[in-house]
Design a binder for this molecule. Structure first.
Ligand SMILES: Nc1ncnc2c1ncn2[C@@H]1O[C@H](COP(=O)(O)OP(=O)(O)OP(=O)(O)O)[C@@H](O)[C@H]1O
Ligand SMILES: [Mg+2]
Length: 263
């Protein structure tokens, strides 16, 4: 059970309003995808959910309780680029994630607790298809395998909320499709609440049960910092059959340089 609630959440940095008036209720087990122009505050939003940032104003609740101001094992995060430790083997990377959660001061477990953690790490690696790579170092893995490892690291503590910041952005299309299958399987099996940022609209609409669009509803050309982004669309997807990506969103979110040229 992990309902996430935001009540009038703002985040400012000095004079710059990055996010404003965020109001949202996400039920346990939803798969929320997040899209929006570069720099509009998507990562900032995720970092607030993680507890790496605090709202400047407003309330952020996890199951009705204000979110702890520090990241904890109930929330796991996967970044766009490989965040694994290069000097540790695949299995030790996952083991360390368990040790840091269970023995936060020492970062180490001993005896029976360590053996149990080893077994759990091995099972997690099997689940993401890395069982055969347990003793390798990250440098000897492909990009997709490294991202699997990052996912294993964040899932091994059975987080209630999984935060994904463009986790597949650096991967080839074929590997991305594999990762989509993996993440959906993990989500269905665990019932974890997912928030995933992506720049890829079709990916957002294919994976999510709900798409949030972040955008600035107000812009003052004289004072570009005065207004922040908020949730301008909240699109439910499940139970409605396939949903096409709205053309208006494609226009809004396609960077000018990538837009098709009209001769
Ligand atoms: N710690 C910070 N101090 C000052 N400004 C910050 C800080 N973190 C983020 N910002 C500003 O907040 C704005 C939003 O940044 P954020 O990284 O959340 O955008 P984003 O939507 O994730 O962009 P992208 O799609 O490029 O990843 C940017 O203008 C950024 O400079
Ligand atoms: Mg970002």
């Amino acid at each position: 059970m992990s309902r996430v609630t935001l009540r009038n959440v703002w985040r400012t940095y000095g004079e710059q309003v990055v996010l404003e008036r965020l109001n949202l209720v996400v039920e346990a087990g939803e798969f929320v995808t997040i899209v929006g122009a570069s720099g509009c505050g998507k990562t900032t939003f995720l970092r607030m959910l993680l507890g790496q940032e605090t709202p400047s104003r407003g309330l952020l609740l996890l199951d009705g309780t204000p979110l702890a101001a520090e990241p904890g094992p109930e929330r796991g995060i996967v970044f766009q680029r490989y965040s694994v430790f290069p000097h540790l083997t695949v299995q030790d990377n996952v083991l360390l994630a368990l040790e840091l959660a269970r023995a936060p001061l020492l970062g180490r477990l001993f005896g029976r607790a360590r053996r149990a953690a080893r077994e759990q790490a091995a099972a997690m690696l099997d689940a993401v298809g890395l069982g055969a790579f347990a003793t390798r170092y990250p440098a000897a893995l492909s990009g997709g395998q490294q991202q699997r490892l990052a996912i294993a690291q964040s899932l091994v503590n059975a987080p209630r909320v999984l935060l994904l910041d463009e986790p597949f952005g650096a991967l080839d299309p074929g590997i991305r499709a594999d990762m989509h299958a993996l993440i959906r399987q993990v989500w269905k099996a665990s019932g974890v609440t997912v928030f995933m940022i992506t720049h890829d609209l079709p990916e957002a609409f294919a994976l999510g049960t709900r798409v949030l669009v972040f955008d600035k509803p107000r812009v003052d050309p004289q004072a570009p910092q005065a207004y922040g982004a908020t949730i301008t669309y909240d699109i439910p997807l499940r139970g409605r059959g396939p949903v096409a990506v709205p053309a208006e969103l494609v226009r809004k979110l396609t960077p000018v340089a990538e837009a098709p040229a009209h001769a």
